[in-house]
Design a protein around this ligand. Structure first.
Ligand SMILES: C[S@@+](CC[C@H](N)C(=O)[O-])C[C@H]1O[C@@H](n2cnc3c(N)ncnc32)[C@H](O)[C@@H]1O
Length: 244
């Protein structure tokens, strides 16, 4: 696994972050050192996806990056059939995911589409996962996207959303971000790397508060929700489209 040193060179923080080839090459290390409990979140997503996946339906993975969710999902599904569609608009990420061998069994299909999640047509879905991807979508476009996803889900299907979040109280928001930067320091990132990445993400990654994300889902029709993960400024929501 290549070490993430994307923000180690002085001056690189001034351009907007994007999921470039350079980022895709070190992405596994970036995830492990920058997302608290990343592997556990992916494992939980796969476990929940298995529970709610309906035979003959599609599991959509929005912002599928290198395909880690498919790897975890195929492991928990064993020999059971499924159809998975990963979507990502980064050519480098799509290339990485397509280059992996997921050891799929007979009756299991997976495709990775190089597309913007805003431009896709979704149908026959029972599970939709958006992992740290909505935060890169312009806020005004999130509402129509969630409405489209709600319509694409079969009754009993789920939307699983993982996002970086802000707190309602600005004191907690500030503290939680400080604790998060301490986490990154413990994982070997320098102060320069942390500040340059923050600068680079400033106009690109726009987090909602947890209650704003819950309201976004509720307004689209997801009346039944639970927060399955929370670590300071990181969160996960499981939302069900109820029968009838
Ligand atoms: C933080 S990464 C996602 C990590 C991944 N979900 C996982 O669990 O390993 C965000 C991904 O979303 C993709 N992305 C961001 N905005 C997108 C959009 N509008 N359409 C498609 N993909 C997008 C990026 O290219 C990137 O690969």
């Amino acid at each position: 696994m290549l070490r993430d040193e994307v923000f180690a060179r002085p001056g690189v923080g001034s351009s907007d972050f994007n999921f470039s080839r350079e980022v895709s090459e070190v992405f596994e290390d970036m995830l492990d050192r920058s997302v608290p409990f990343y592997r556990e979140i992916v494992r939980m997503v796969a476990e929940m996806a298995k529970t709610f996946y309906l035979p003959g339906s599609v599991f959509y993975d929005l912002g599928s990056s290198t395909g880690n969710v498919l790897e975890a999902f195929s492991q928990v599904m064993g020999d059971s059939p499924f159809e998975y569609a990963g979507i990502d608009n980064s050519p480098a990420m799509i290339e990485k995911s397509r280059g992996r061998d997921f050891g799929l069994k007979v009756g299991q299909s997976a495709r990775f589409l190089e597309k913007d999640i805003l431009d896709c047509h979704y149908s026959d879905a029972s599970v939709i996962f958006a992992g740290f991807t909505f935060q890169f979508v312009r806020p005004m476009l999130r509402t129509p996207l969630v409405e489209k996803l709600f319509d694409a889900l079969k009754p009993g299907g789920v939307l699983i959303l993982a996002e970086k979040v802000l707190e309602e109280d600005s004191l907690f928001s500030r503290l939680f971000v400080e604790y998060y930067y301490d986490f990154k320091r413990r994982n070997g990132y320098s102060d320069l790397e942390i500040s340059q990445k923050r600068e680079s993400l400033e106009n690109v990654l726009i987090p909602y508060r947890l209650d704003e994300n819950r309201e976004l889902l509720r307004k689209a029709g997801f009346s039944r929700q639970s927060v399955f993960f929370k670590w300071y400024n990181f969160s996960g929501i499981l939302a069900i489209k109820e029968d009838g």
